[in-house]
Design a binder for this molecule. Structure first.
Ligand SMILES: [Zn+2]
Length: 417
């Protein structure tokens, strides 16, 4: 076809649809950002930023499309993390919608309304404040933001990145009560560490893990608050560490955090599943590393007495799973978890309570450590929308406060042992 002929055909097609920008196969698509729109760019060129793409719709709304995390050999998929920087005309007001949140969890499609009720924004990436996330079309929600300056960070929760962990480690490394030991490497070859705070010969041991799921930074802030509290050097800190020694695996899914992902590791494995069997070191080296460490501790006669795995969700409860088929010492385990819950209510802002006695969550690390290693272990969710005990949004400071309060909880907990 000659060029003039082709032009005639294309012009005819445009006339038929009646719109100057009506797309015809072979033509470039409509320009995503009109030159007059205040949005310049959405930047994701930094640590923990989420993979996404965006377009501006006919109403000027910025439609942001997050990329699902997907689980290996499973229908499960998850969007839950977002972190990006909006660059736009200073003084502009923008409406953003985020999605999709048609998440599949344990094989079940979630409700059309996303679980997120808030998002955080920041002018400098350091000082954050919460804004409401309004439900929009199914599986999406809307944020209205105002830019004072040329850019604005938007995040699900106050980010805790690998660089934040490195800063903490640099602060505490070399102190006499601290030992930071490499215990393995992630799929992408990042080093995994166990942080010991206290004396190895203390009568009791607490094991904490944070960040199995990258979208959930709450546990990182909690363990940071606790570690700093225990290293304060005051009389109370000495009293705590005379009774227990703390071991923290601070960031199990480092690859996912670095890449701004939501749930799975870089081989599509959920690091809070399949704990009913030995971890596959090729697919889930992060879990294999922790298993090896637990087995080493047990071989040395230093089995952890209590283990807590921190997560975020929309409920904030302790997940106490009673394994199907039972387990030796189940009654004793339940009594201990009740004691833990009671102390959390007394000594911290925790009010959310525990799961009911019919709760089962097989394959989680809580069940795995209990059944396979005889460790009193549970999952501790932290509400990602609201802290009822403080009647406030969940900020990094509130979670660090919770960590500081845990120091006394563990002291009391072991006082009854
Ligand atoms: Zn989680």
């Amino acid at each position: 076809m000659k060029r003039s002929c082709l032009l005639t055909v294309l012009m005819g097609a445009a006339l038929v649809c009646g719109l100057p920008d009506c797309s015809v196969a072979g033509e470039p698509p409509a320009m995503p950002v009109a030159p007059s729109h205040p949005l310049h760019y959405i930047a994701t060129d930094f640590e923990n930023a989420s993979p996404l793409w965006w377009e501006v719709d006919a109403d000027g709304v910025v439609q942001i499309q997050l990329v699902y995390d997907q689980e290996r050999a499973s229908p499960n998929r998850a969007n839950g993390h977002w972190l990006f920087r909006v660059e736009a005309e200073p003084g502009s007001d923008l409406t953003l919608t985020l999605g999709p949140f048609a998440n599949v969890w344990n094989g079940v499609l979630g409700k059309p309304t996303p679980e997120a009720k808030i998002s955080f924004i920041s002018d400098d990436g350091k000082q954050w404040r919460a804004i409401p996330a309004e439900p929009a079309e199914p599986y999406r929600f809307k944020l209205r933001v105002h830019l004072e300056g040329p850019s604005l960070y938007v995040a699900r929760l106050e980010p805790y990145r690998l660089s934040d962990l490195e800063r903490l480690k640099a602060d505490i490394a070399g102190q006499p009560l601290v030992e930071i030991t490499p215990i393995g490497r992630t799929v992408e070859d990042r080093e995994l560490e166990m942080i010991r705070v206290g004396k190895p010969d203390a009568p009791h041991r607490v094991l904490l893990r944070a960040r199995a799921h990258p979208w959930e930074p709450g546990g990182n802030w909690v363990v940071q608050g606790l570690i700093r509290r225990l290293l304060h050097g005051d009389e109370d800190a000495r009293r705590y560490l005379d009774r227990y020694c703390l071991y923290v695996m601070p960031m199990a899914n480092k690859d996912g955090v670095a890449r701004g992902r939501t749930r799975f590791n870089q081989r599509g494995m959920d690091l809070n599943r399949k704990w009913d069997q030995p971890a596959d070191p090729a697919l889930a080296p992060e879990n294999a590393a922790l298993e090896k460490w637990v087995e080493m501790m047990i071989a040395q006669g230093k089995r952890p007495d209590l283990a807590i795995d921190f997560h975020n969700d929309a409920g904030g409860r302790l997940h106490v799973s009673r394994p199907d088929g039972g387990v030796t010492g189940l009654d004793e385990y339940v009594v201990r978890m009740e004691r833990l819950e009671k102390l959390l209510r007394e000594k911290t802002w925790f009010t959310e309570g525990s799961t009911k006695s019919n709760f089962r969550n097989p394959g989680t690390v809580g069940e795995g450590l209990l059944v396979r290693y005889g460790i009193a272990a549970c999952i501790h969710e932290l509400n990602a929308n609201h802290i009822a005990g403080l009647d406030d949004v969940p900020t990094a400071e509130h979670w660090q406060l919770y960590g500081r309060q845990l120091a006394e909880v563990f002291w009391e907990y072991f006082g009854a042992e």
